[in-house]
Design a protein around this ligand. Structure first.
Ligand code: AMP
Length: 581
């Protein structure tokens, strides 16, 4: 059984392909969105999703979120007494999604297609693959998110050829891709984006403005009063969503302890002001948009359709800006949170050769220029540090390209091939991907030729082969930061190590979530309502203590109904405008 997974910065989703098309898979709470938040509970078990997000408000030191931004880097975080990196945290989210899919489909789930932003580099793609492996998944394909969205929108099924722009503003990343449907094929012509630009920036800018009005600086407050900042960010998140529907929103300002006392201070934010304060963030989407169109050699008038993807495209300012730029209204008929997972499920079906999808041909592109370091000669002096591109950015993949380099001094016995990706002339400004040594170059004058072949496959994995022309000697190198941990035994060890972290029992998810939600709300409620809540929590805890199944269920339902009056603040139910237009 194969699933498609949208491993998002803010939320993750999974879907599978049925005879009726792609369908989302609900988690243990019945939701299709699982917040990409991981926490280590007080008993050492791992919380994932909404329970972790609730837990994070009161225990930020035991929780991690937005770690997708750190994929492929050396970043680590200490939660309770355990250090975890972004790959390990992502693997916990994937493990939880896998368990949900298995419970829903009543079958083992092994194969998965996982999506990544088109702008993800080699290391980030490799990191995503590794997270899948740690979660016990066989990652069939790493798929670009905009490609997945285009598939979900059925761009390939259209009768006419057309050019579509996929504008994807998620929680933490921005991607824009130009996709062309041409004679039955779907071709990604160009992609550009930014990995540090998304909806969270709008929330934190709003929080920073409010802190500033209280005489505080965001960065200092985050260190000195973490509870205040995490609570304020939550308030700002709610306000931001409110402003996608209305003209103003009220933000409650927490005390330094993070509490929201009765009758505490509030501030009203007008949409007009919010848009003014965050306009500089939106302006940053212009340059990737121009770059993608430029690389595809198209003008904005050539674009037939614009598809909006990502929760942050619900903001009116985003839609208005896109409509102004292209002179036509963008399309958002599918829920912008769900399209990527649906597309991934369809792609999963395509890989396992699902009969209804045999006609679909999808091509993809290399998002960056890939090449090697070379030296240039200036008046007899050799200067290293220059970049020789081998595969240019936005080349359709899979692709295999060659270029030639040569020895620079007589009898040079070996050559160090250093690999980089990026768009700069000098290698130090590009991303270093790895290196390997070519030994045994036959003796002779300078200028012995070595042919370098770069092969970039559909998963964005780069294989480099160097051939010494004279001796026909070949050296091969696969680019992965984790190359040394890719042996079966080492993967198994890493998987075992991650298994030592136990996810909380799936059938307890609802209990944990409701309890965490209740505890968080307890701190926020006015005193009168607090007393009632305290009684309801007590009855629920007592039933759990006594392991009385019927009492657990009835008390949980009562508590849940009480909590629901206040909402958990993240719903987009009344915000389904995207889907309705
Ligand atoms: P994604 O990564 O696609 O799940 O996008 C999540 C981002 O969308 C987060 O930054 C959310 O704050 C943002 N978002 C979700 N719903 C809304 C809304 N109604 N208005 C504004 N932003 C939203």
């Amino acid at each position: 059984m194969s699933i498609g997974i949208d491993l998002g910065t803010t939320n993750s989703l999974c879907a599978h392909l049925t005879a009726e098309g792609a369908r989302l898979i609900p988690n243990a709470l019945g939701d299709v969105l699982t917040p990409s938040v991981v926490g280590i509970d007080l008993d050492g078990t791992v919380l994932v999703g909404r329970a972790a997000r609730e837990f994070q408000v009161l225990h930020p030191e035991r929780c991690a979120s937005t770690f997708k931004r750190q994929m492929g880097s050396d970043w680590k975080i200490k939660l309770a007494d355990r250090e975890l990196d972004a790959v390990e945290l992502s693997s916990l989210v994937l493990r939880s999604l896998k368990a949900d899919a298995e419970a829903h489909l009543k079958d083992n789930v092994l194969d998965a297609v996982i999506t990544v932003p088109a702008y993800f580099n080699e290391l980030q793609r490799q990191a995503t693959m590794r997270a899948g492996k740690l979660a016990g998944l066989n990652v069939k394909r790493i798929l670009n998110e905009p490609t997945a969205a285009a598939i979900a929108y059925g761009v390939h099924e259209s009768d006419e050829d057309k050019v579509v722009v996929i504008y994807d503003l998620g929680g933490g990343t921005f991607d824009v891709s130009v996709v062309e449907r041409f004679e039955g094929t779907l071709e990604i012509r160009a992609s550009a984006g930014e990995i540090f630009l998304g909806g969270e920036d709008f929330t934190s800018t709003l929080a920073a403005r409010i802190l500033e009005s209280q005489g505080m600086v965001f960065e200092h407050a985050e260190l000195e009063h973490p509870l205040l900042v995490s609570r304020l960010c939550r308030e700002c998140e709610l306000a931001k969503r409110q402003l996608s529907r209305g003209e103003d929103a009220v933000v409650r300002i927490p005390a330094l302890t993070g509490d929201l006392p009765d009758g505490g201070p509030t501030t009203t934010i007008r949409r007009e002001d919010f848009e003014k304060w965050t306009d500089h963030i939106l302006t940053r989407t212009d340059s990737p948009l121009r770059r993608a169109l430029g690389d595809a050699k198209l003008k904005r008038e050539d674009v037939n359709e614009i598809i909006l993807v990502g929760g942050a495209t619900r903001m009116r300012a985003v839609r208005e800006r896109v409509a102004r730029y292209f002179g036509k209204e963008p399309k958002c008929t599918l829920n912008p949170d769900e399209v990527v997972a649906l597309g991934a499920a369809i792609q999963g079906g395509l890989i396992s050769d699902h009969s209804s999808l045999q006609d679909l041909v999808i091509t993809d592109i290399a998002p960056f220029t890939l090449g090697v370091e070379i030296s240039h000669e200036f008046g007899g002096n050799c200067r290293p540090g220059y970049f020789l591109p081998i595969i240019n950015r936005n080349t359709t993949i899979p692709v295999s390209r060659i270029n030639r380099v040569a020895t620079i001094y007589p009898n040079q016995p070996e050559m160090l091939i250093k690999l980089y990706q990026g768009e700069n002339r000098r290698v130090e400004e590009n991303l270093y991907l790895g290196e390997f040594l070519v030994r045994g170059i036959p003796r002779g004058p300078a200028g012995q030729v070595v042919v370098i072949r770069f092969t970039y496959d559909l998963n964005g994995v780069l294989e480099v082969e160097a051939t010494v022309v004279e001796s026909r000697l070949k050296v091969r190198h696969v680019v992965t930061r984790y190359a040394k941990s890719l042996s079966e035994a080492e993967i198994a060890r890493a998987v075992d190590e991650m298994q030592s972290l136990k996810l909380h029992a799936r059938d307890e998810t609802t209990n944990r979530f409701v309890l965490r939600w209740a505890e968080r709300l307890y701190r926020e409620l006015p005193l009168r309502e607090r007393d009632l809540l305290e009684q309801l929590i007590f009855l629920f805890e007592e039933a759990m203590e006594l392991k009385d199944v019927a009492a657990i269920e009835s008390n949980r339902d009562i508590l849940h109904a009480f909590l629901s009056q206040y909402g958990d603040g993240y719903e987009n139910r009344d915000n389904q405008d995207a889907a309705d237009e």
